[in-house]
Design a protein around this ligand. Sequence first.
Ligand code: ARG
Ligand code: ZN
Length: 846
Amino acid sequence: GVTLLSDYKPYPFEIASVSLIFRLDPAATRVLATLDVTPRQPGADMVLQGEDLTLISLSLDGRTLAPGDYLLDETGLTLPAAGLPAGPFRLQTEVEIAPAANTALEGLYMSNGMYCTQCEAEGFRHITFYPDRPDVMSRFHVRIESDLPVLLSNGNPVGQGPGWAEWDDPWPKPAYLFALVAGDLRATSGSFTTRSGRKVDLNIWVRPGDEDRCDFALGALARSMTWDEEAYGREYDLDLFNIVAVDDFNMGAMENKGLNIFNSKLVLASPETATDTDYERIEAVIAHEYFHNWTGNRITCRDWFQLCLKEGLTVYRDQSFTRDVRLGGLKRIEDVAALRARQFREDAGPLAHPPRPDRYKEINNFYTATVYEKGAEVVGMLATLLGPEGYRAALDLYFDRHDGQACTIEDWIKVFEDASGRDLSQFKLWYTQAGTPKLTVSETYAAGTLTLDVMQMTPPTPGETEKPPRHIPLAVGLLSPNGDEVVPTVVLELTETRQSFRFEGLSARPVPSILRGFSAPVILERATTPAEQAFLLAHDTDPFNRWEAGRTLARQTLMAMARGEGAQLDYLDAVGRLIADDEADPGFRAACLRLPGEDEIAAALFARGDTPDPEAIRVARRKLMKMLATRHGAALSRVYDSCAVAGPYSPDAGPAGRRALRLATLALLTTEDGGARAAALFAEATNMTESIGALNLLVAEGKGQGQLAGFAARWAADPLVMDKWRMAQGALTPPEDAAETVARLAAAPEFDWKNPNRFRSLLGGFAANHAGFHRADGAGYALYADWLLRLDPLNPQTAARMSTAFETWRRYDAPRQAHAKAALARIAATPGLSRDLGEMVGRLAG
Ligand code: ARG
Ligand code: ZN
């Protein structure tokens, strides 16, 4: 079945409170639920979702119901209106479930002997019969019975004894925010006092042995709490905040009220086992889940079509947090690079959908880059249009007006309209339409006046041909020919298909810096010269556009080389100046030195009408790296030597930036020195950033067999670290050997098909191995399809997510397309395919 936005109807019953008793057992857990129900619409049947539940008993106001009193099918339970009282009543159910057999990791499941839950989006229906929809909010009381030492749920502990614990959550919430954890766990604890004086106990719960990797996460939580008070005036609202690390988890983390559950790779960090990037990511995800307490939990979504209401906003908030606590300019560059790599790719292919979709078969398939990252960009545009004070006023109004409610994108837009007095009906298209707008900008200069002519066009996406113009904030600045800023950033507002903007009183023809800070998620097209890009790379005051100029030069050079043309001299020289520019921030220089990836080059070639050749792209990229190393070898060596970071490890932006620059120079040098420096760095590294950084470079050269074996010997007992080793080989093994290598690693005894981190590292790595995955003989596609089919019966949600590796198949030549189509058809034809993967392959082939 398809679920439609237009079919929304309020739930005809109110559930003021729910009490749950869990008698935990791996094979036969009993769940007793008591619902206090008030009918709100006479004559309505009561529908409760429930899947894979064995119904033990059912009673209404104490009277046991017989099978004839209700309807039970594989989606749930219906109590016909005729049998329901007109006033309040109490409904009790008892069901049995088998958490140890739950490999889908949705609902209640087990991970290494501990019980845990994942209920978003529709996992609660695997725990008990309930209206499993976000607009039904209720007070939860939970009793857990188990011999395990630590028993946790949402809210506050209200009682415990040998073999039991009780929890009460004072904040009404939808079922998707329910959580339960039971296990042998150890806490790393701290406390935080909110600015109004509430003392909050903070705990990070992990398996015994992992306690020494929790300090960073605990600090990140306290930093997040402080930031949300300062930036949004939001305080925490319980006396306790628990975070639990779980090894088997489908996503990154989950914002359950007062009991966040995290993938252990996003909690555990030590210098020896986590990279600088891991540290930054951990801090950002801790912040993200914490921020959900207001944007998600206190104000939630009316239905799952509104997912970006909480996710886009919360990603915007976590990105802003990281910009504030680390290096703002660099963070923006990283976020835009990720947006283009994942979301622009999604928007350009068969899976394109609006940030607020209006139909789905399986909601788990819509936890996408479009909902999250584009959703965040849309919030960022609102902030740009209203300015900092206007944005803050709108958010204050949002919290005042909607606290405790389940809301829609319409409610959200209305808040911005009311706070600013502006009409945002055109802006709303960003939420309801798919596709990345293309801006074409040209300019003329005469008599001290620069005129920018801007045209916008959004290409059609599946099911959407009509694309009216959007409301787009375009940040622009002007530089004088000697590099001074003559017009500081102004925000132009585009609302029409074609518009012109004039800048008067200039003394010479300026160089425009357009789309500063990436003020809108669009593709900018403008005829420029390599010399002008090199000028912007050297002089722009906007860090994003400086980087963007270098990126454009690199991409254009690589595209030319992939078509068999020569390298762009302006680019080679500009890189030389950047390497020598010791004034520039090291992290920024590192970002500029990293070449666009092969997938980005393929996308750019396809966008201009070429058929990308994965092999030629790979060869061009490696050739350019070698040319840079040959031309700038001495300067690169100097930077490499001077960027070594001495002293104890710190994940702060300063030292992390120096390590990043060092690895970026090493990547170039390694193409020329036979891997000598990388091998030396690997041998002496005392932190994971440099250890895996050096190993990655060796693997990419088709070398490093000894180092791979050494790494495996050292880290065999640490699957999270070994995931980096699997990822390195999946993503970087030269294409001719990649499929065989990953097939061998997937067959190894320690490769656990039930753990999402394992296959995400290996399969995800291989999907990112552009020339390996898109091998001309189709071996990459075939292998990948085998894996998806193996994974689907165990974990449909993750199998469906991993199938996005196929979203670009239409870019490539006819033989490759035929292989990809055959792989998708083989999946689609498999009997018993999950709804999750079924929907995805249908859309991918579509
Ligand atoms: N709300 C979580 C987060 O982004 C993600 C949960 C995703 N769950 C899912 N079943 N897709 O913070
Ligand atoms: Zn989220």
